[in-house]
Ligand binder design. Sequence first.
Ligand code: AGP
Length: 619
Amino acid sequence: MCGIVGYIGDEEATPVLVNALKKLEYRGYDSAGIAVLGSGSEGQGDGEKRSLVVRKAKGALKNLEQRIATEIIRGTMGIGHTRWATHGEPSDVNSHPHTNVSGKIAVVHNGIIENHAKLKEWLKESGVAFKSQTDTEVVAHLVDHFYQGDLFEAVRATLDKIEGAYALAFLCENEPERIIAVRKDAPLVIGAGKGEYLIASDVTPLLEYTRDVYYLNDGEIAVLYRDRVEFFDREGHPLTKETTRVEWDVSAAEKGGFEHFMLKEIHEQPKALADTLRARIKTYAAKTINLEEIGFDASWAQAHRVVISACGTAWHAGVVGKYALEHFARIPVDVDVASEFRYRDPIYDPKDIFIIISQSGETADTLAAMRMARKSGARIIAITNVVGSTLAREADLVMYTWAGPEIAVASTKAFTTQLMCVYLIALKFGHLRKVIDDAELAANIDALEALPALAEQLLGKKDDIQRFAARQFNKTKAFFMGRLFDYAVSLESALKLKEIAYTHSEAFAAGELKHGPIALVDESTLVVAICTQSALFDKMDSNIKEVKARGATVLVITWEDEKYFDATADEVFRIPRTLDALSPMLSVIPSQLYAYYCSVMRGNDPDKPRNLAKSVTVE
Ligand code: AGP
């Protein structure tokens, strides 16, 4: 949801900023821009006196790159932005950086200034002329309003006025030695290089320059110089902060020979699943699951209920979690999308266990749900992929998915590893509650350990899905249906197809179709029936016959050795066999591939689907 970057050092800032923005483009790609303190080719700056030069362009970053290739800016400090539009259409003028009237103060912003309308009126009354429709422009004018020769104090005074969520970075022509950055409810990381400091919305753009980073907390202010960075609280008191060493492999954030990040990330699932599992399986007398990281001990037996909250794909992982926890641990589970949970006056019990799931750990609604749940005194477990994210830092206990950086907007490996985490919790909990005995636990652990190799086998058959997509990608309507775990996977499958192929797709509990949605089924409909729950095959078979009778084309996704649906389905895609209750970690993969191939065949960019952003840090 917008990416911001900044650089101060001895290198030319423009290529560093553009390079960093490339790594953040997944956060928004409606427009991009940079502001550099230096000299522009059109004559701003005379080589001695440096002036603030801004370049912006609507659309993808490559448009900005084309502009700066001819309109060169020289200078060794600057800030940059890639936008996901919230206030004002995508356009050159609404692109960041925004400047004050004189063009001497520039700001980039990720988030929303909620009281911008009131501030805008107030500033207009004092004669300020606004250029854009954005909420951000008020910040530039406010800093100007308070500026009396000290950018730091002007920023602090501005923070007293603004409400909402923000990561902001400022540059001022009169202060060519420093960049100022602040955050509240939006991510911001500072990279500490040798003789250079950088700012970014996440760590990936920093890895080329440094592995030592500072995570800024809400309300903290960073002042970056070429040779040091200083931290302050909102009142201006100095703070001491430690760097964190990032161990991510740089190549993990590159495409590695794949055409798109999404395809690469789909293929990384066997390794990601193995990584998620590895640290958690221990062999003492027998194999067991170790969840010390989330404080799993006998006291969990007192829990009355598990509550899961998340958004989008992570919520779908929560739906699988409900089925898994109820099945393996026989404990009641409530699962809710975070944007509903936070406003629906939920009933708390201090003995509840809250599981909050988020790939990025920065989703605004999910963080709000977590903060509400905390007040209830319940135990908060975060499942996240991003070390150092706000969720990871604020939750009581964290279980990392260890999927590695997920760049494509449509989540794939983050989902399957989130599933692995909820299964580990469900099995451990079931054993503690004596719902499953040692032998059953061991059998499930064996099955989990076999999954990475099975996922690899399944990916080996991706051409079958590609061929099917080649025949179906123009379908305008696709329904996914299933029962129990297969219903949860249908939800995720339909979302994938919506997100990147822009196909109208819906998910249904298969038994629910005849209560209304079947009215939509006709010859133009593709129905994907996910059939891994053996006890319900006859029910699924009836549902398939019902939609076929209305003209639908039916793809069945089922076990490799299963013949049940051969007579009814138009096509069967077979996945390697695992236990029925563990099926989601495999059965979702064909849908990920199908969505990917349809997206490419329809001429879309699966990594950067229209209107979306990877991390939704606004409500
Ligand atoms: C996944 O494909 C989506 N892009 C989206 O639904 C995502 O899962 C959701 O925004 C939650 O993100 P999070 O996991 O980073 O909190």
